[in-house]
Design a protein around this ligand. Structure first.
Ligand code: ADP
Length: 763
């Protein structure tokens, strides 16, 4: 090899070595740089890790101290909880899911009186065992095994019912056990001894109060009996005294005795009623009755007062409403009497109206009645309205003070209406007047009857002559509802000015200032006006003696009863018939759609007939003789009162002084009627009646026996009627009621010597 080549080769090798060196140096440099970078990152990481470690360390410290704190708190809470559990008087225990006791407070354990076995770890079954074996629990009639089984069943149920157990020492413990989610059972044993004793005391107190209340009501009933008997003497004698010849002053005295006696009786009856309602002993006696008649009878009773006070007292009885319903007439009358009595008492001028409306109820058999008593009296302040329905409550005030009363009337009325399933309300405005209303739903006694009768053919237009707007308004609306057209005038002179006009009938009030109804009729006839006249009068008997009577076609009682109006119209039909016939009337019954009919009132109310009485067969007269009346009463005054009350009758009166004598005299005398006092010594009225009925069985016939009693309690009437008596009169007896009973039993062919008050109504 040439040197040159060798040199070249060496040079090449040196160059390659130099390049390799350079490269290695560069690599080393790069590696150094990388190492630096890494070292830097590492030291940064070390710093950061150190910081984290530091934080974790301090966090750890904090957690440790928090934990310590929390532990301390838990200990305090546990101590407090336990302290509380120990402090409570009631037992507290916790059992685990295997029914082993975990913990129990002192109260729980105290029942076991220090028995060592009873502590944590004891099973519930063992607890029950100890309770029975040690006689800690009073298990009554049960066997210990049965008792434990029952308690265990209860314990094992999902949600055990609370259970009351009685301990040997008379303490009552109520066990309330509740299962937790993990099967633990928390058991509470509440000592309810005081509550149980308190309840026992309350029960005893209630029983005592009920006994006292019963005793009170019996006492009141007896008292009312005791009071009514002498009242019979007072009221009856005063009534008789007033009929004798007396000076004006003496008459005043007699009347005062009677009216005071009657007022006292009202109070006695109110108190008796109230005590009966209180004791829940008031029961309703439902029967068919005539509501319209009942209202008119009440109005008749109040008429004198209305006349004295110059108050217009009227009845607006829905013309299409039936008269007869099924209900307790006595109680409905009582409610109405209270409301009407108050209306009259608290009204000085103006009017008192009883309005009766009704709608058929949904069942188609009942009628929803609304009865309103409307007055123009002193009214009631709004803040007193609710107060007045309470017991013994009256509106206090100057103006009220002058009115007497017990403050029981409305309380009784409210209770009566509620007892009948109705409701009562009042609307009132001081100085304007009040409207007391009650709603009752009663079955109609006669199916689908309306109270409206037939309007005679030819009657179209009626003139009403009546000075009082309220009365005129009622008549106009009633006749208008029947399809008649009306022409209202306020005086005789006004009527004459319009007559004869196109009027078919004149309906005039009797009592009017200047020209009364009779004078109007007379003036019409003198003027050649022949239109028929019906006079409405509160004193129809006065008209009968009036020479002008020939000018009027009918006289009707005012307030007007619908049945009497319809029957008068029927009687007068020939007088209208000459005229062109009335166009078909449109009849609207309450609640029913308006219907077209040729005979608008096919169902003329039979309701006006009185309810049928028990049929009584009176003995046939055996020849001309006086009627024989036997009266049995052990009280001398009562016998005297009775004697005086029937003195005007042509009868043969015999007295018995006790039940035995009554039976004996009945056998001997064969009376036509017997009046029988109920409470008599030895044989009482009921027993005497039974013996008389037994006698009649062999002898035949049925003589009416009328009970006379001062009793007022429920059940008496049934008892009395069950004993064979036919009627029931409560003392004090009124002359009219006695005479009416005698008249009803009057054997045919005999006459009663006049005057006999009340007899016209009965015969
Ligand atoms: P009283 O026996 O006092 O009349 P009530 O219970 O019947 O007892 O009535 C209670 C009170 O209600 C009455 O004292 C009176 O203040 C008031 N009151 C009742 N009805 C009327 C009425 N129609 N007008 C004004 N106040 C009346």
């Amino acid at each position: 090899m040439h040197l040159a080549d060798k040199l070249l080769e060496e040079r090449r090798a040196r160059l390659a070595a130099e390049r390799l060196l350079e490269q290695k140096q560069a690599e080393l440099h790069a590696a150094n740089r990388k190492l630096d970078k890494h070292a830097l990152a590492l030291s940064k990481e070390i710093v950061e890790t150190r910081a984290i470690v530091q934080t974790v360390l301090s966090e750890n410290e904090r957690v440790k101290s928090d934990l310590l704190h929390a532990n301390q708190k838990i200990q305090v809470a546990e101590r407090r909880l336990w302290h509380s559990i120990e402090t409570i008087q009631d037992g507290f225990a916790v059992f685990d899911a295997d029914s082993r006791l975990i913990l129990a407070n002192k109260a729980y354990l105290s029942v076991f009186d220090g028995l060592e076995e009873v502590g944590p770890g004891i099973s519930y079954v063992a607890v029950l065992q100890i309770l029975t074996e040690e006689g800690i629990v009073d298990i009554g009639e049960m066997t210990p095994a049965a008792w434990r089984e029952r308690m265990l069943d209860r314990w094992q149920s999902e949600t055990p019912e609370p259970e009351v157990i009685r301990l040997w020492n008379g303490h009552y413990i109520k066990l309330i056990d509740q299962r937790g989610a993990d099967g633990d059972m928390v058991s509470l044993a509440l000592n309810i001894t005081e509550t149980v004793r308190h309840e026992q005391r309350l029960r005893e107190a209630r029983r005592a109060a009920e006994n006292a209340n019963r005793a009170k009501s019996i006492f009141l009933a007896n008292m009312s009996h005791e009071l009514r008997t002498p009242m019979n003497g007072i009221v009856g004698m005063a009534e008789l005294l007033a009929e004798t010849e007396l000076s004006e002053e003496q008459r005043l005295f007699a009347d005062t005795i009677r009216s005071s006696g009657e007022a006292l009786l009202v109070i006695i009856n109110q108190i008796l009623d109230f005590s009966k309602i209180e004791a829940g002993r008031l029961e309703l006696h439902e029967e068919p009755f005539d509501l319209e008649r009942c209202i008119h009878e009440l109005v008749t009773l109040m008429r004198m007062t209305a006349r004295d006070k110059d108050i217009s007292l009227c009845v607006d009885y829905d013309i299409f409403l039936p008269s007869r319903f099924v209900g307790d007439p006595g109680r409905i009358r009582q409610a109405l009497t209270n409301l009407l009595g108050n209306a009259m008492k608290f009204t000085e001028s103006g009017h008192v109206v009883i309005r009766v409306t009704g709608m058929p109820a949904e069942d188609g058999e009942r009628v929803d009645l609304r009865i309103l008593v409307e007055d123009t009296g002193i009214g009631i302040p709004p803040d007193k309205i609710q107060h007045i329905f309470g017991e013994f409550n009256q509106v206090e005030g100057e103006r009220n003070r002058k009115f007497e009363g017990t403050g029981l009337g409305l309380a009784i009325t409210r209770r009566l209406i509620e007892l009948m399933g109705g409701e009562i309300w009042v609307e009132s405005e001081p100085d304007r007047g009040s409207v007391f209303g009650f709603a009752l739903s009663l079955p109609a006694a006669d199916k689908l009857e309306t109270g409206a009768g037939r309007i005679p053919a030819g009657l179209r237009r009626v003139m009403i002559v009546e000075p009082h707007n309220i009365n005129r308004g009622i008549l106009e609306s009633q006749l208008g509802a029947l399809g008649l057209s009306t022409l209202g005038t306020a005086s005789g002179a006004e009527a004459l000015a319009c007559l004869p006009g196109d009027v078919d009938l004149v309906l005039t009030a009797h009592n009017m200032p200047e020209m009364d109804g009779m004078e109007l009729a007379e003036a019409m006839r003198s003027a050649g006006i022949e239109t028929p006249v019906i006079v409405l009068s509160e004193t129809p008997w006065k008209i009968e003696r009036d020479p002008a009577r020939i000018h009027v076609q009918a006289v009707l009682n005012w307030p007007l009863q619908r049945s009497s109006l319809f029957s008068a119209l029927q009687t007068l039909e020939p007088l209208f018939a000459a005229r062109p016939t009335t166009p078909t009337a449109r009849v609207a019954r309450a609640g029913a759609p308006v219907e077209e009919t040729d005979d608008p009132f096919p169902a003329m109310a039979k309701g006006a007939e009185p309810p049928e009485d028990k049929t009584i067969v009176t003995p046939e007269p055996s020849g001309p003789r006086a009627m024989r009346v036997l009266a049995a009463d052990d009280n001398r005054t009562n016998r005297l009162v009775f004697e005086k009350m029937v003195k005007d009758l042509d009868i043969e009166l015999h007295f018995a002084e006790n039940g035995a004598e009554a039976v004996e005299l009945f056998r001997k005398l064969e009376p036509d009627i017997v009046f029988m006092d109920i409470s008599m010594p030895e044989i009482d009225g009921k027993e005497a009646a039974r013996q008389i009925r037994a006698l009649e069985k062999s002898r035949g016939g049925h003589v009416p026996i009328v009970a006379m009693t001062a009793h007022g309690l429920k059940g008496d009437e049934e008892d009395i009627l069950a004993a064979g008596l036919d009627h029931y009169l409560t003392k004090p007896m009124s002359k009219a009621r006695i005479v009416r009973r005698i008249a009803e039993a009057w054997p045919g062919g005999m006459d009663i010597r006049p005057p006999v008050p009340g007899l016209q109504a009965a015969s």
